[in-house]
Design a protein around this ligand. Structure first.
Ligand code: 0RA
Length: 638
């Protein structure tokens, strides 16, 4: 702060720390140091001038990009006050330029509404500028102060005189290119933003002058007497409108609402929402209020005109927005944005205000423009029909491809009998067991559907995902009776559905999953007693000349007691794949010898609960549960 006589006191130090924070972390304040952030610097300054326009005390803003990339923003507002602030002992101007978030908010009688103040304000731009000069025209005098990297280099000095009627502020800054590297201004980007601001700030003229020689000098000025009405016409300039635009401006509980809308013959929806001139790209309460009013009003009018049949359902929000172009602009005294980036407006009172203004305007327009009303409602009806048709088509495709496909799954080894009452389907875990089962079966009435172990993974993703699982789709099409609401037991292709899995943890797990699936989507199948669980043996004991399959631990103990001292061999079957086809037939598939456990609805309900519990995302507790309950789940008959 060389050659100034500025005071160093506690508040000065605080200010210096604030500016230093901005320079250390530009990302926090202007979103970084890239080209986007560079444009943000300009917007922050222009926002302050727009605030003057919103206050009704400014109608010209001129932005000039000079050859050397300095930017100056000049307005004919009141001029930043230059008097000494009684408590702080420095000029108001300096407070605005050095205090983060101060903007014009300090003092009484400031703005009613403002966009700029809720950003970081001109002080952040100051901190990020190699230098900044502010010129104020006020009370017939011209004042100036200069800053470097946010630090005042001079006092506020009077540098001349002017007419007392000539008021305003000029902020000139050169962005600090030690922070902003390899960046430059884009004329189109700036113009686009200023065009929007001019639309939503009716009557203001925003001029952009670009003096950079590389892009040859350019100038553009925006001024729209029609405000957002002009905006809607502009957006529809290449479209065919269905009617003249609807426009309303209304103050509701201190919120100024402006809405303009016009339907076109097209199908796209263009709805822009602004809060205090800021384009809130993520919408918010103003958009919500607009949408609900539009949907409700169009349905109401549709009923009144009998354009909507009495028993027909209401048009949906999507239906009434096809071909719609609309701009919603609200001016809110105390805007609450979701974040610093100001893209979503959160004030709840705004919803009601916009809803009220929109309903009233649209209803009134429809009353005097019945033809337009009918055209809009018919458009909505067409949209609704198209949506319903698309939905049907989608459902049909899903059903065809997944659930009701007439083509049987490729992996199914079907039986030759076409008589469901004496046919059986074995759902078998694993390809190798599937192979044994195919060879060992009686192909006249037994069908085999091998499942890959992968079916296990679907359990983590939830039940709806099960339906997109290839293995489950194969089961559905093999059974032939559809699922859920379309389930029809009459089409069941097999009288016995038999789940055949290994006698281990994974087997129990697959059984649980399948039971859950049947319980949720094919309950009648269980209720009517079609679902079974195969009981493969756990052991094979061979003594001299004799061999016996054993199906439980108890049977084994009993057998060993009987054998006594005799020599014997004991084979433990860990999986179905360990049995050859003949053994599998003898022990598990032959109707004359096998034991099947019939699944009851209670069993399945319990499996469903177990399943839900297993859905937790932590793996270790899940595994523990599965292991300790594996036997319980399997022995569903007990
Ligand atoms: C503080 C208070 C008032 C206006 C401003 C700041 C102000 C800031 C900027 C920034 C660029 N252009 C600006 N114009 C005005 C209110 C002044 C009053 O009440 O007279």
């Amino acid at each position: 702060m060389a050659d100034t006589n500025l005071k160093y006191d506690a508040s000065t130090i605080q200010v210096l720390e604030g500016l230093e924070a901005v320079r250390r972390r530009p990302g926090m304040y202007v979103g970084g140091t890239d080209t986007r952030a560079l444009h943000h610097l300009v917007y922050e300054v222009v926002d302050n001038s727009i605030d003057e326009a919103l206050a009704g005390v400014c109608d010209r803003i001129r932005v000039v990009i000079a050859k050397d990339r300095t930017v100056s923003v000049e307005d004919n507002g009141r001029g930043i006050p230059v008097g000494i602030h009684p408590q702080k002992g420095v000029s108001a101007l300096q407070l605005v330029l050095t205090t983060l978030h101060a903007g014009g908010k300090f003092g009484e009688g400031g703005y009613k509404v403002s966009g700029g103040l809720h950003g970081v304000g001109v002080s952040a731009v100051n901190a990020l500028s190699e230098w900044m000069e502010v010129t104020v025209r006020r009370d017939g005098k011209i004042y100036r102060q200069r800053y470097e990297r946010g630090i005042p280099q001079t006092e506020v000095e009077q540098i001349g005189k002017t007419s007392p009627k000539d008021t305003g502020t000029t902020v000139t800054f050169r962005y600090d290119d030690t922070l902003f590297k390899n960046v430059d201004f884009n004329f189109e980007t700036l113009a686009q933003r200023f065009r929007e601001m001019a639309f939503v700030t009716r009557g203001v003229t925003i001029e952009l002058i670009d003096l950079r020689p590389e892009t040859f000098p350019r100038r553009i000025a925006f001024h729209f007497e029609g405000g957002i009405l002009s905006f809607v016409r502009y957006l529809n300039r290449n479209r065919t409108p269905l009617h003249k635009p609807i426009y309303v401006e209304k103050a509701v509980d201190g919120v100024i609402v402006e809405v303009a809308l016009q339907y076109t013959t097209g199908y796209s929806e263009t709805v822009l929402a602004f809060a205090n001139t800021i384009n809130t790209v993520d919408g918010g309460m103003h958009l919500t209020g607009f949408r609900s009013a539009l949907t409700r009003t169009i349905n109401d009018v549709g009923r009144k005109l009998s354009a909507l049949k009495e028993n027909a359902p209401n048009l949906s929000g999507d239906d009434v927005r096809e071909g719609l172009t609309a701009v919603i602009s609200v001016k809110v005294p105390d805007p609450q944005f979701e974040s610093q980036t100001k893209v979503k407006l959160m004030n709840p009172e705004v919803k009601w205000a916009v809803e009220a203004a929109t309903s009233e305007a649209v209803a009134e327009f429809f009353e005097t423009n019945t033809r337009a009303a009918r055209a809009i409602i018919n458009k909505g009806l067409t949209a609704s029909k198209a949506r319903a048709a698309a939905r049907k088509a989608r459902e049909l495709v899903i059903r065809k491809s997944a659930l009701e496909s007439m083509t049987l799954p490729g992996k199914l080894a079907d039986c030759s009998s076409r008589d469901p009452s004496r046919s059986e389907l074995f759902i078998v875990e694993g390809d190798s067991a599937g192979g044994s089962a195919k060879q060992g079966r009686d192909r006249h009435f037994q069908a085999i559907l091998p499942l890959r172990g992968k079916i296990l993974n679907t359990e983590r993703a939830g039940l709806n995902k099960i339906l997109s699982n290839k293995e489950v789709q194969a089961i559905i099409s093999a059974l032939g009776c559809g699922i859920g609401e379309q389930f029809n037991l009459d089409n069941l292709r097999y009288n016995h559905i038999i789940i055949m899995t290994d006698a281990d943890v994974d087997g129990a797990h697959i059984t649980t999953l399948l039971l859950t699936f049947f319980f949720r989507y094919m309950q009648p199948l269980i209720e009517q007693g079609h679902l079974y669980i195969a009981q493969p043996p756990l052991y094979l004991v061979k003594t001299r000349g004799k061999s016996k399959y054993l199906y439980s631990e108890e049977e084994l103990q009993q057998m060993l007691a009987e054998i006594g001292d005799q020599k014997y061999t004991l084979q433990r079957y860990k999986g179905l794949g360990e049995m050859n086809p003949q053994q599998l037939w003898d022990t598990t598939m032959d109707p004359q010898q096998r034991t099947l456990v019939q699944v009851t609805i209670e069993d399945a309900a319990e499996a469903d609960q177990v399943f839900s519990m297993l859905m937790g995302s932590e793996v270790p507790p899940r595994r523990r549960f599965i292991q300790s309950h594996a036997r319980e789940v399997q022995n569903l008959d007990v």
